[in-house]
Design a protein around this ligand. Sequence first.
Ligand code: FES
Ligand code: FES
Length: 200
Amino acid sequence: MVGKEHVTMIPSSPKTIWSATVNGHDVQAIAPSNAILLDVLRDEVGMLGVKRGCDLGTCGCCAVLIDGEPRLSCLCLAGQVEGQAITTVEGLADGAHLAPIQTCFATHGGSQCGFCTPGFLMSAEALLNENENPTRDEIACAIEGNLCRCTGYQQIVDSIEAAAEIKRGDAPASSPASDPHPNPHPEGPDEPSMPPGHAR
Ligand code: FES
Ligand code: FES
């Protein structure tokens, strides 16, 4: 009879202290010993740029660099990368200055809704760190594990080609999109006055 069966609960895994270097900072987090890296990065370390798409290893949204190598954080146990250097999309920019790959995605239409963009940026960064002069076929190969439902991919390949030119010194690095805004929090217009009794 429903409700009278004895259900055996699976004991949760013990929590341990996890430590790694994330975007150049030593971090520690308390997490179950079987925690997924994606969960630890988002929920414990606060790296919300690491996106949860499919959770199955098929979309590439959760890609990060582990010691420079691209990995899917949804398929990786945090314990497997204990003590290693992890780079997330938050680690690409230099302060207020976007990395060339970020600037080029912005200027070449490589990002539309943006949900897939962190994963593409990490795959592209890994490629350009290894190969500053990739062919379009090599670019396509490097991003074959990343899915985008908005752009049609051509603009993404264009963006990565453009970033490669900057990395090689064949194109200027600076662009208005990478310069810090002189006033990043400008005051908006005055709020419209509301008639008495209307909540905002
Ligand atoms: S969330 Fe990791 S591959 Fe989709
Ligand atoms: S920009 Fe929307 S999914 Fe790629």
